[in-house]
Design a protein around this ligand. Structure first.
Ligand code: FES
Length: 243
């Protein structure tokens, strides 16, 4: 289910890879906001995907009538940033997290960047539909035939694309990021700082650095992901020295 929110001031501030914190109920309950990443950004509005779940806050958002007011905070942290002159962009997504890459894919495609997107999902039915992508994007949907772990088939698809890419952007689990860093080293010999960016997967409570609820071992120490991320250099997430 998708929810389009008209909020010109917030929409203009949002960059691909930045989440918003959404109040998922009419009262103080539920107290915790939901961390949601826009799947489409436009000048005056943005679209959130409410993924299938048993969460009753999500259920409230799904049932919000047209015209309802939804309380959002954002944007949180820093998003993706392509360095000037990027011509070939490789995006790698896993499951639901792949949807977070859509604004980046659209933005890069409109800017004339050649984009390849590789998504791993348990089945073709659960993967991001090709129809959601610009026609010029090279799309690979890799499935694990129902097995829980899609990392192996996902990563093995990248070896031909990694030498082509000038920048890699990813949205996946920490397990996949570890394998992704190894795969980059095998294909390109090094994991050069600045080559790969990734969304650190976590939930945010305040989104402003006040609660310490998002602290994680990243970028060489205990960091508040909402301030330093959620998009980090992949080398900072996997915790090894980049060459
Ligand atoms: S979400 Fe509160 S400090 Fe990051």
């Amino acid at each position: 289910m998708e929810l389009t929110l008209r909020a010109p001031e917030l929409a203009r501030l949002l960059a691909p890879g930045q989440p918003v914190l959404v109040k998922a109920g009419p009262t103080l309950s539920p107290y915790l906001r939901r961390t949601l990443y826009p799947i489409a950004l436009r000048a005056d509005d943005f679209t959130l995907r409410i993924a299938p779940s048993a969460d009753w806050g999500d259920a409230w958002l799904r049932s919000a009538p047209a015209g309802a007011e939804v309380d959002c905070l954002g944007p949180v942290g820093t998003g993706f940033a392509l360095h000037a002159g990027t011509r070939n962009l490789l995006c790698v997504g896993e499951g639901e997290a792949a949807w977070r890459l859509l604004p980046l894919v659209e933005w890069a495609d409109e800017a004339g960047v050649a984009v390849a997107l590789v998504v791993g999902a348990p089945s073709a039915r659960s993967g991001l539909p090709a129809a959601r992508l610009p026609a010029s994007v090279e799309y690979h949907l890799v499935t694990s035939d129902g097995a829980a772990n899609v990392a192996r088939p996902l990563l093995s698809t990248l070896s031909d694309l990694l030498p082509w890419a000038e920048t890699l952007c990813a949205s996946a689990s920490l397990d996949v990021y570890g394998g992704l860093a190894d795969t980059v080293r095998q294909a390109r010999f090094t994991l050069t700082r600045g080559f790969a960016q990734a969304i650190y997967p976590t939930q945010f409570l305040c989104g402003t650095g006040a609660c310490q609820g998002c602290v994680a071992d990243v970028a060489g120490g205990r960091r508040r992901v909402c301030l330093r991320g959620p998009v980090f250099d992949l080398a900072d997430i996997v915790g090894r020295q980049a060459e």
